[in-house]
Design a protein. Structure first.
Ligand code: FAD
Length: 455
């Protein structure tokens, strides 16, 4: 008989969600987690600490903006130690809370590094555990570029969130979601930020009109963009880091943040010993029930590939736990909302216009500009946009992008609409409270139907 019914390897959002759900369904569960706390990258060095710092950035910007209304605050004095302490307290509360939730469910947690030594056997520290089922949720880590030296002036996102200093001149290499959030934080704290991106534009998978609004706003904060630019060489010294670009020019920065993506941790757990197949990028192949090539072993979260987002990991974790417990459920991977918590926020879900057309839909977009939203203007909001992609034959909503204050919160209405196969009429005929930013979603739908009176 196995030592444990369900072993969960990794205690991030995928792992703890799987473990807690399985325990709630009556299984005896063990989490093997190499960190001292649960919560994974998300709580310890990702989603939560970055949002805590983004909140501070927002306060600084709003205080400055208040000048427009005749309310003048003094320039902020930033006590970095206190700032870090408050961020760490938030993280500590949440990770401590997870520890409590685990013990109340009688989920055992072992803080060791786990490695498979067979299809139903795992070594964790000096102990070996046998299991009936396992769920792999070991997540991802930052990509280290091969020719980049290790140096205390070259940071990854984890180091950037530790915030040991606020550099005067900061280069961020890689302008994906994480790079853009770092630019939002550090530019508010006073850094002169340069974003360097190999691609010709930011976030190529996102609606261009929306991306341009974000780009304009970040430029107004003093962020400089070097697009279509590759860094050929990195030369750190005690006081600065020189970047040599493909065109041959050299620029010097106080600190460089490398934000060029994340890679799966599946290379560290000896998948081969368990017979689990993975691709050349160490992404574990799973079916829609999150089952790997070994029928009793499941995998969830970043280790299963893109999009590497916490809510996808959590959702997969619950699906895997329920499948282990005999439920007939599966993961609908096509509808994972994405949010960049920048200023303004940029959020998108479902199909882009191009994807919709490629999938055979007769598709169109409809928009509502936020400069016509009373709530946006009354709250000091700037440019913003709500754009829906819909099928012209059925009026069904297929996708959407929102850029503006709290776009991430507003996206939930579109996500639900797409999931429920809602049409433009379903949205337009629901009474939206006035004045709210959510009206922009209804107004975009009304605009397509020809019933809009607010533009
Ligand atoms: P992880 O959270 O990576 O957890 C894996 C856990 O497994 C870790 O705790 C690790 O210590 C442990 N582990 C690894 N190997 C072993 C082993 N061999 N033995 C034992 N334990 C092991 N996503 C969002 O949705 N929204 C955001 O706003 C957001 N912001 C982010 C900001 C930053 C700066 C970063 C870096 C990421 C952000 N993400 C965000 C991504 C999000 O953090 C990840 O998608 C999410 O944490 C993935 O969850 P996971 O459970 O797959 O893995």
């Amino acid at each position: 008989m196995a030592d444990i019914q369900l072993l969960v390897l990794g205690g991030g959002p995928g792992g703890y969600a799987a473990a807690f759900r399985a325990a709630d369904l009556g299984l005896e569960v063990l989490i093997v987690e190499s960190r001292k706390t649960l919560g994974g990258v998300c709580l310890n060095e990702g989603c939560i600490p970055s949002k805590a710092l983004l909140h501070v950035a927002k306060i600084i910007r709003e205080a400055k903006h208040a000048e427009n209304y005749g309310v003048v605050f003094q320039a902020p004095e930033i006590d970095i130690k206190k700032l870090i302490k408050s961020k760490d307290q938030i993280v500590g509360n949440l990770t401590g809370g997870l520890g409590g939730l685990a013990s109340r469910r009688k989920v055992k947690v072992v803080h060791e590094n786990g490695v498979f030594i067979g299809p139903n056997k795992l070594q964790a520290g000096d102990d070996v555990y046998t299991f009936d089922h396992a769920i792999i949720a070991v997540g991802s880590r930052t990509v280290q570029l091969a020719n980049w030296p290790v140096h205390n002036r070259i940071w990854d996102s984890t180091r950037a969130l530790e915030m040991s200093e606020i550099p005067k001149k900061l280069a961020i290499v890689g302008a994906g979601i994480i790079g853009l959030e770092m630019a939002t934080i550090y530019s508010a704290l006073g850094s002169q930020v340069t974003l360097i991106e190999l691609g010709k534009d930011l976030l190529p998978m996102v609606d261009k009109d929306a991306v341009n609004i974000l780009k304009k706003q970040l430029s107004s904060f003093g962020c400089e963009f070097l697009l279509g630019t590759s860094v050929e060489q990195v030369m750190p010294s005690d006081l600065s880091v020189s970047l040599i670009f493909s065109a041959g020019d050299v620029k010097e920065y106080d600190v460089v943040i490398s934000s060029v993506g994340r890679r799966s941790n599946a290379d560290k757990i000896d998948c081969h010993a368990a017979g689990i197949s993975k691709n050349k990028h160490d992404i574990i192949d799973v079916d829609e029930q999150c089952r790997t090539s070994v029928p009793t072993i499941f995998a969830v979260g970043d280790v299963t590939g893109m999009p590497m987002l916490a809510h996808r990991a959590t959702h997969q974790g619950k699906v895997a736990a329920e499948v282990v417990c005999g439920y007939k459920v599966q993961m609908n991977t096509s509808l994972i909302p994405s949010v960049a918590y920048t200023d303004p926020e940029l959020a998108w879900v479902g199909l882009s216009l191009q994807e919709a057309k490629e999938q055979g839909y007769k598709a169109k977009t409809t928009t509502f500009p936020w400069l016509a939203s009373g709530r946006n203007l009354a709250s000091g909001g700037n440019d913003g946009l709500t754009k829906l992609v819909y099928c012209t034959e059925s009026n069904r909503i297929l996708g959407g992008t929102i850029v503006g204050v709290n776009a991430g919160e507003l996206l939930a209405e579109l996500t639900l609409a797409i999931e429920m196969c809602a049409t433009l009429e379903d949205i337009a005929l629901v009474v939206h409270a006035h004045p709210t930013l959510s009206e922009t979603v209804a107004f975009a739908a009304e605009r397509a139907l020809g019933t809009l009176t607010d533009l």
